[in-house]
Design a protein around this ligand. Sequence first.
Ligand code: FPP
Length: 241
Amino acid sequence: MADKQFSVLPQHLGIIMDGNGRWAKQRSLVRSEGHKQGSETFRKIGEYAGNLGIRYITFYAFSTENWNRPEAEVNAIMQLFDSFLTEAIDRLDENIEKGIRLHFLGDKSGLSDELQNLMDYVEEQTKNCTKVHLNLAINYGGRQEILQAVKTIAQKVQNGEISVDEISEQMLSDALYTSGQPDPDLIIRPSGELRLSNFLTYQSAYSEFWFSDVLWPDFTEEHLNQALADFEKRHRRFGGI
Ligand code: FPP
């Protein structure tokens, strides 16, 4: 598919990959089949968005609340994540050549040692890439992220490294998993749900939102084009006039 030209692109695009379970149900398949198809869509849309020139892309793969799902479903998602990491490592040279930096948002300590090792390895190996920053939010919760940032800063105060008055928005932003990255300009949520679900809670203060009824496994490059065409027309005021 030919890559479309847009006069304004979001610098940072966030995507909530929702609707996998319903996609599977519609086809009388087990929910994990929906996640499998969703992980294919993730690869396709990630590549397309990167080719369009979007520099920061964050996909929401697994929330801190998703542990409440049946064990088999959680295991299936972790297995898909493992496959993605293994593939990223197999194609490390290609990814580095394309300038793709991989980064994970969330509490790694809740994941298996094997996953943590693979995550640390790809992050380290791609840390000098600057063309596309691909973030995957896994075991991520916006409130948990803010809480750990507050604890990091409180520890600095307790150690006497900074005073309370020195705490700034910048300091808080720097203590988030997205440290050094711009805030998301556009957040896409498919599947008809109209909520943020603990995704980039702090960073989304001025994000534009784009919702669609399409289920994530059915999400195509054309849907992304539509979202970007709508984003082009938005008048962002950031509290001004
Ligand atoms: C929400 O849809 C989706 C998830 C909780 C998992 C998303 C995971 C993937 C797309 C695959 C993982 C890919 C990698 C690379 C880790 P839902 O299951 O809540 O859908 P429903 O609302 O229709 O039930």
